[in-house]
Write a protein that binds this ligand. Sequence first.
Ligand SMILES: Cc1ncc(COP(=O)(O)O)c(C=O)c1O
Length: 401
Amino acid sequence: MNKVSKRVSSIPLNPHRVLIAKAHELWRRGIKVYDYTAGQPGLPPSRSALEFFTEMVKKDPFNHFRYIPTQGLLELREALSEDLKKYGGIDISSDQIVITTGGAEALLIATLTLLDEGDTILLLDPCYSVYWDHVAFTKLRVETCTQSFNREFNPDPECIKEKLSRSKAILFASPDNPTSRIINLEVAKTIIDVAYDKRVWVIYDVAYKHMVYDGEHVWLEKYAPSLDYLVVVGSFSKDLAIPGGRLGYIYGPRDIIEDLVKLKAIFGIVAPVPMQWLAYYYLREGFKEEYLREVLLVYKKRRDVAYEAFKKLIPEARLYKPKASMYLFPDMNSYLEKLRLSDLDFTLKLAESKGVVMLPGSIFGNAGKGYLRITFVTMSEEDLINGFKLLREFLEENKVL
Ligand SMILES: Cc1ncc(COP(=O)(O)O)c(C=O)c1O
């Protein structure tokens, strides 16, 4: 008999962890590791924000560490409401916002609140690997529309029209992980039109909404007739650079907020309270704006360097220059076919032989097979290039370049 529940044992292990464990093992063996796997910001959080926060904690520790109502710190929800107005020009009131323990929890809470076991959810393939874990855990049926290289990783609007009308919800991110694409307006409007016509939920993941280098974030709220079928999931991990602080949020129509809060209470009562205060200071004191101005310049430079170097060193890979997010997502199929290796085996061999750790595209869905996800924000420009040189060496040694 299984010692653990079917609920858990039926969920496949995500190979993501194998690669991260590999990077750690190489590092412990004293090998110089070029780790391109992390989805985290490449620079520490704002020093000014941290100093301000520390002073405030010292002044009033009790208040910063006590329990607060499940929906989240009112000051933070009000500041977020103003922030959404400032950056997106949208009106979301503080009572429509729920603060969560990271965007990942927000996604799970939204999914569990809006869908029942056996309901169909539409995903864009490839997509953030956690979506696959969540749909397995919540026992949803999945339909997919492919986001192909030829469409700059946007889905075909015809596929959306056909499959969204048969689904209960769509879940997607823009800017995207792993493809880094910003959703195009034709697709965005098609999603909203079909969803509002057929009363289908749109769960919109905007974890990377500020990580934009060219073009603009798409505020779906502006194209929706109301918030009735739109639930937006956000994160403070990337823009405030506090992924370990575990803070995210959901906003949506008023008539579901009580149910979201009910689930949030079950999932650990309340999101980390000191982090809610930190996020509040970031927003209220202007640290966020100042911080984003500084880091986006660094990330953009790293994006440019990584893109140019990869293009030059690995010439047969098909690669888009990401307009947003944190990842290069090259199509390596032409090399992998010659090597007769899956993307997972390729990444394992590359890690073992060169200390270069990248994620196989297949962990983000079938349509990601043969691609690599390469984070460009976490390393210096020099290291980004040196790791790519080692990747090239690996391809040369295996006689495919
Ligand atoms: C697309 C996307 N959504 C949500 C998240 C969740 O982030 P967190 O739980 O740290 O807020 C991530 C993290 O990498 C992500 O890539």
